[in-house]
Design a binder for this molecule. Structure first.
Ligand code: FMN
Length: 181
């Protein structure tokens, strides 16, 4: 049975969270197990860059990352959903990614499937979500995950704007179910 971790880069009950919940509901109908992680609502210490994990393969901080890492290890696919912030990924996701370094050093992210979904308030023509996508995708590349799907949702400013894009969401969900299952 396919298992998926959906990592949500916004802590507000907005577009990223709505999209994550829709994915989880639709996956459930297809018997795909999914966990939603919202790092911004958790206790996660900032990586100090001590590099101990490079030698011993784990981080000495005791916080919510221990459980997150168990979920990631248990998943075949990681779906990152980020709001665009200053054309980049959200800070919450960056903090989360830094704390995944123990899985990088032990090569435990290698060959996991990765999906990047980016949401921004501006029009596609402004390329605002493009760099946010690039920052997520370069994480997939550096950690040797297999980037299997990406999508950018534009013109989502208010927290429920994405719910007006049912057809676009449906297409994304159908594609994801095909490649994740
Ligand atoms: C600090 C900050 C910076 C933002 N920068 C951008 C940006 O560069 N480009 C853009 O299209 N939207 C930007 N936005 C808007 C959000 O990406 C947009 O409202 C998104 O839908 C928020 O997702 P959420 O509802 O999941 O929080 C920014 C929002 C915040 C709070």
């Amino acid at each position: 049975m396919a298992k998926v971790c959906i990592i949500v880069g916004s802590r507000r009950n907005g577009n990223s969270s709505h999209l994550a919940n829709i994915l989880k509901d639709r996956f459930k109908k297809e018997r795909i197990v999914s966990y939603i992680i919202t790092p911004g609502n958790q206790k996660i210490y900032l990586c100090t860059g001590c590099m101990d994990c490079d030698t011993n393969g784990h981080c000495d901080f005791k916080d919510d990352m221990s459980e997150n890492i168990d979920k990631i290890l248990d998943s075949d696919t990681l779906i990152f959903i980020t709001p665009t912030r200053w054309n980049l990924l959200s800070g919450d996701l960056k903090i989360f990614m830094d704390r995944l370094n123990p899985l990088y050093t032990t090569k435990k992210l290698e060959n996991k499937k990765m999906v990047s979904l980016v949401i921004g308030s501006k029009d596609k023509a402004e390329y605002s979500t493009e760099a946010a996508l690039t920052s997520l995708n370069s994480f997939a590349d550096s950690s040797n995950m297999r980037l299997i799907y990406s999508h950018q949702f534009n013109n989502c400013l208010e927290g429920t704007d994405i719910l007006d894009k049912q057809e676009e969401i449906d297409n994304v969900v159908c594609e994801l179910i095909k490649i994740i299952k």
